[in-house]
Design a binder for this molecule. Structure first.
Ligand code: ANZ
Ligand code: ZN
Ligand code: ZN
Length: 817
């Protein structure tokens, strides 16, 4: 059978559009559901298969929720400002504005072509001054509240991007966009947003989120809350409070290291050492602060000494490259016996190493440390006067107490998170609404003059492009009206994505950033879908913005997204990352022409669970395509009659199971069950009109086009996409199921018992809807073992080895304890 998929797809896409099927309004009578996929940067290359996967995953959920009577907000937009567009445009010899216009248009067309159920009336584009006006507005609000500020600081510079990077954008010392490019350090005056104001809340509230554990851990690690003590050392008759998490090692301090980037470093450098230190600093420029663990530890003596407040011992102060300038005190008390970085440094510069904790018998201890590495484990204190013999955890508490009593220190909590440097020396970003005046300094543009639009005329290749347009650059000081100059840095691209989900709630408002009424109705996002690579960038920034906008009184919730889902990576057929240079990329649009969109969608979720990586497979896609074609063929000349008992039971089961599967991203299981259902229908040939309709409804979230077509063929005039999820019937299926499940389980246990003999207790995990159907007594009688049965959904189940995860419908998981 020859099917013109493109024609069929266009027909339904058109109808969804003309009937505004997926456009939504606030409706207090319905429960709302906000389903959002991370909006893309629309590259000139167009949609790739990874995008298609991302959107399909969200679309299945959104469509399923619509059928289940939710008022579903499912919007899309374009994150089209930013460096990649600027670079691509320069390369292509066009203007970024023209470049992004064309690529956005193309992108939207391709998204429409794969049948995603977006409310297109809400589309936003960050390149529009109507959008970035509100970036600027938020910036002014932050400025007003003291959360935006300018400071000269050491910054990460990517020579390839030709701009500064935020800490989050430096990965292992390399640029996040250029894995082969070392980030360099330079000093620049930059605008910062005070993310650290919310460090504690950002850290503590992670626990409440239904996010992948790994991402939560990464954020926690990034924000890095650490409890410690500030100990007051005396250097040149001045007090220097030094942050440590290991007060138990205070007796083992043999030197201090101040960060080479510390503002007050020169205060500590003596005349004799000045030229040495300067030479050292000069050679040091290209180390990023993000690879402290792995880099070579280098330093130079400052000439000054510090007095340990507890031992009164004098120790030398070094300047070093492995101490972060703006963390803690920017200086560390170095304990080479128990800290690996200090150890390497001490070895290199031949500084004493004094052990003060031992993992062995403290009585046989000889005070000469000769390990090959620092001893960082737990142990007993030695060479520590009145604290000798204490275990070191206890000593932490006791020494802290002692320091506080003697007023030599205090408890502090520090965060690794640094303020977010948002200045970029590039063109294609949101202009920072500031005018520099010789007299008044940095003066904010007044709200009524927003947006500060990007000028179209600029020259690339000569430093900061905005500085090449004199007309734009010169502006009157809003305070004193003297001639001033506009800020020529633009904002980091991540600013735009930090609040876009709120704008979707009220995308065309030109009076306000959004109406709180709408934002509070739709938000927070119920399910957010996107790549795991954003764990420490976008996903921290948008939480920060949410908290700020909450405190401004604009919204009444604390977190932007309740649930987060990371899709897996789709690799090429050869198992490698899809890449043009290898030539293993798959063009979604070409592929849809060959197989039809629904086959691709079906394939994308049938290979693996959607959070797992998987490989493209031509065989797989053609399998999906055969399945779709088989259904279409079957419907060609059906005469609905009566359901066989088997079909009746199977349909009921599928309705119930799929509800579960769609709700929990178990799409793969859904495809398996759908195949079973349709195979059975096609085999039996005796099937009712009602069953056919319901089966199509079950398939609709994954294959929306062909199900619309066949739904119509069955005589319906409404859209299946907007129909209600089918109800299950009350039929006598339980008895049979119960026998099956119990017998199956007994059989499986007996087989396993041939190998595992010496276990007396057996735990069985079944799907929640099967718990009633399994007969525990019968299994006990047959196997002569003690049996306990749990639903996989039971939070208090005994399941030490995570066996419950393995349970499948009709196939319990069994654990011998
Ligand atoms: C003495 C000591 C002995 C330390 C020991 C560790 C082990 P967190 O907060 O978990 O990273 N430190 C303090 N400020 C620093 C800075 N600006 N740059 C680099 N390192 C810094 O760990 C805090 C520990 O990191 C502190 O505890 C300090 O070294 C170091 F056996 O002080 B410790
Ligand atoms: Zn770069
Ligand atoms: Zn002025």
């Amino acid at each position: 059978m020859e099917i013109n998929f493109t024609k069929l797809e266009k027909k339904w896409q058109k109808r969804w559009e003309t009937e505004k099927a997926f456009e939504v309004k606030e409706n207090p009578k319905k429960p709302k559901y906000y389903c959002l996929e991370m909006f893309p940067y629309p590259s000139g290359a167009g949609l790739h298969m990874g995008h298609a996967l991302n959107y399909t995953i969200g679309d299945i959920l959104a469509r399923f929720k619509i059928m289940n009577n939710f008022n579903v907000l499912h919007p899309m937009g374009y994150d089209a400002l930013g460096l990649p567009a600027e670079n691509a445009a320069i390369k292509a010899g066009t203007h970024p504005e023209d470049y992004t216009k064309a690529s956005t248009k193309n992108f939207a067309k391709q998204q429409k072509a794969i049948g995603i159920s977006y409310d297109w009336s809400r589309t936003i584009n960050t390149t529009s001054p109507k959008y970035y006006k509100w970036d600027q507005w938020i910036f002014l609000k932050m400025l007003e509240k003291g959360l935006a500020y300018q400071k000269e600081s050491a910054v990460n510079w990517c020579p390839k991007c030709d701009t500064v990077l935020a800490n989050e954008q430096v990965q292992n010392g390399k640029c996040w966009r250029h894995e082969d490019t070392n980030v360099e350090m330079t000093h620049l005056k930059q605008w910062f947003l005070k993310t650290t104001k919310y460090a504690n809340e950002l850290y503590e509230k992670i626990d409440d989120l239904d996010w992948p554990e790994k991402t939560k851990a990464m954020q926690k690690n990034w924000i890095g809350k650490s409890h410690g003590v500030e100990i007051n050392f005396n250097i040149n008759k001045k007090t220097w409070p030094i942050f440590t998490t290991r007060p138990d090692t205070i007796f083992g301090v043999t030197f201090m290291v101040i960060s080479a980037g510390h503002k007050k470093l020169m205060e500590l450098v003596t005349k004799e050492q000045k030229s040495e230190v300067e030479k050292f600093l000069k050679e040091l420029k290209s180390v990023s602060e993000k690879n402290l663990e792995t880099m070579d530890k280098l330093g130079v003596f400052t000439g000054s000494f510090a007095i340990n407040p507890v031992t009164k011992k004098k120790v030398p102060v070094y300047a070093g490259n492995f101490v972060v300038a703006d963390y803690g005190a920017g200086m560390v008390m170095a304990v080479p016996a128990h800290d690996q970085r200090d150890f390497e440094f001490a070895k290199k510069y031949k500084i004493e190493i004094e052990q003060v904790i031992t993992g062995k018998d403290p009585l046989n201890f000889k005070n000469k440390y000769n390990g090959d590495d620092a001893f960082t484990g737990p142990g007993i204190l030695i060479a520590s006067k009145q604290f000798n013999g204490m275990d070191n955890e206890n000593a932490k508490k006791e020494i802290t107490k002692y320091l506080i009593e003697k007023k030599l220190g205090k408890k502090v909590t520090n965060f690794k998170l640094r303020d977010w440097g948002i200045s970029r020396q590039r063109y294609w970003g949101t202009p920072i609404p500031i005018i520099h005046c010789e007299k008044c300094g940095a003066v904010p543009v007044s709200e009524s003059d927003l947006p500060v639009k990007l000028p179209k005329e600029i020259k690339f290749g000569k430093g900061n492009p905005l500085e090449t347009n004199e007309k734009w650059l010169n502006a009157k000081c809003p305070k004193c009206s003297r001639p001033g100059k506009r800020e020529s840095d633009t904002m980091d691209t991540f600013v735009n994505s930090s609040w876009y989900f709120l704008r979707f709630c009220d995308p065309n408002n030109d009076k306000k950033i959004f109406d709180s009424k709408y934002a509070n109705y739709w938000c927070p996002i119920d399910t957010y879908i996107g790549g795991a690579e954003h764990a420490c960038m976008h996903l921290i920034y948008f939480r920060f913005y949410t908290k700020f906008l909450r405190d401004l009184g604009l919204i009444n919730f604390d977190e932007p997204a309740k649930k987060l889902f990371h899709q897996g990576m789709l690799h090429g057929e050869d198992g490698n990352k899809m890449s043009k240079s290898i030539g293993n990329t798959i063009d979604p649009i070409d592929t849809t022409k060959k197989y039809g969109v629904d086959a691709i969608r079906f394939f994308l979720v049938s290979v693996a669970s959607p959070d797992k990586d998987f490989n493209w497979s031509e065989k797989g896609i053609s399998g999906s395509s055969k399945f779709i074609n088989k259904i279409l063929e079957f419907f060609e000349n059906i005469k609905p009659s009566k359901d066989s008992k088997e079909i009746e039971i199977k349909l009921n089961k599928t309705i119930r199971n799929l509800k579960n599967y769609y709700d929990n991203f178990e799409y793969r299981k859904a495809t398996i069950e759908l195949r079973e259902l349709f195979d059975l229908i096609i085999k039996e040939q005796s099937v009712s009109h009602d069953t056919l309709e319901k089966s199509l409804q079950l398939l609709n979230p994954i294959c929306p086009h062909i199900t619309e077509e066949l739904w119509e063929k069955l005589g319906n005039t409404n859209l299946i996409s907007l129909s209600s999820w089918p109800e299950t019937k009350k039929i006598k299926e339980n008895k049979k199921d119960e026998e099956n499940l119990t017998q199956k389980t007994i059989k499986k246990i007996k087989i396993m018992l041939e190998k595992i003999r010496d276990k007396e207790k057996i735990f069985i995990y079944v799907m929640p809807f099967e718990i009633e159907k399994i007969n525990k007594k019968e299994i006990e009688a047959e196997t002569k073992k003690e049996i306990e049965v749990f639903s996989t959904a039971n939070k208090n189940k005994h399941d030490p080895n995570n066996y419950a995860k393995k349970a499948r419908p009709g196939m319990p998981s069994i654990y011998f304890a």
